[in-house]
Design a protein around this ligand. Sequence first.
Ligand SMILES: NC(=O)c1ccc[n+]([C@@H]2O[C@H](COP(=O)([O-])OP(=O)(O)OC[C@H]3O[C@@H](n4cnc5c(N)ncnc54)[C@H](OP(=O)(O)O)[C@@H]3O)[C@@H](O)[C@H]2O)c1
Length: 235
Amino acid sequence: MTDEQRVAVVTGSNRGLGLALARRLAQQSIHVIVTARSEGAADRVAGDLAREGLPASGHQLDITDAASVARLMADVGYLHGRLDVLVNNAAIAIDRGQLAAAADMEKVRATLEANIMGTWRCCTAAVPEMKKNGYGRIVNITSHMGTFAHMGPGSVAYRVSKAGVNALTCILAAELHPEGILVNAASPGKVETRLAYGKANHSPQEAADSLAWLATLPEDGPTGCLFHGHDLLPW
Ligand SMILES: NC(=O)c1ccc[n+]([C@@H]2O[C@H](COP(=O)([O-])OP(=O)(O)OC[C@H]3O[C@@H](n4cnc5c(N)ncnc54)[C@H](OP(=O)(O)O)[C@@H]3O)[C@@H](O)[C@H]2O)c1
């Protein structure tokens, strides 16, 4: 790794959109830290990318576990001395069709813990490392299901969690812009992954190709915005 090489963490990058985003960023010569709940999975996927000639290493990460998040960021600081990009991709969708008025609160709690608290926890842990260099790009992967413009019944915990991620994105963006850290949200559309519901429109690689630009925005780039590909979406 050269002194100039940027370093990115992609959460949940052992499969699906996260893996595609990790590959896309590594193809831009960014050193990508592939993370997964299983350390073996993170190392295996990072090894696959390295065999493709891409700069990658693996690290265990469970975003619901504060100690796991702290260990990751401490190791990033120690091994790389910098963190330029955080893509908060990891999420769960476990309450398809669930109605708000009859919700299983255990599913709600688990969803909010992973999707909002996990994303938030990773941001707070990453920001000190980014502030050291006065540079950072945070991309929160959200969903059109969390936008007020598309709100409707079903999947209530997932919808509320992504609406929370959207609010967090706006607030962090306003706080961190003066520090040189740009925070945006990205909705990938319907992507062919395990999480997808119904007919998907894109492959993970197609979605990653149109969203990865948010991870390397110039200084005067947008912040606090919601994108689908290169298009601005209404919150
Ligand atoms: N697919 C779609 O159509 C679609 C549409 C809109 C938005 N999205 C968003 O896109 C993002 C990626 O989803 P995907 O479609 O690629 O889903 P996916 O294939 O199910 O992948 C989800 C990833 O998140 C990881 N993960 C889940 N809980 C975690 C935790 N507690 N700690 C760390 N990692 C965890 C999973 O790890 P394990 O392998 O260990 O389970 C997996 O790597 C999500 O934010 C999702 O909400 C997807």
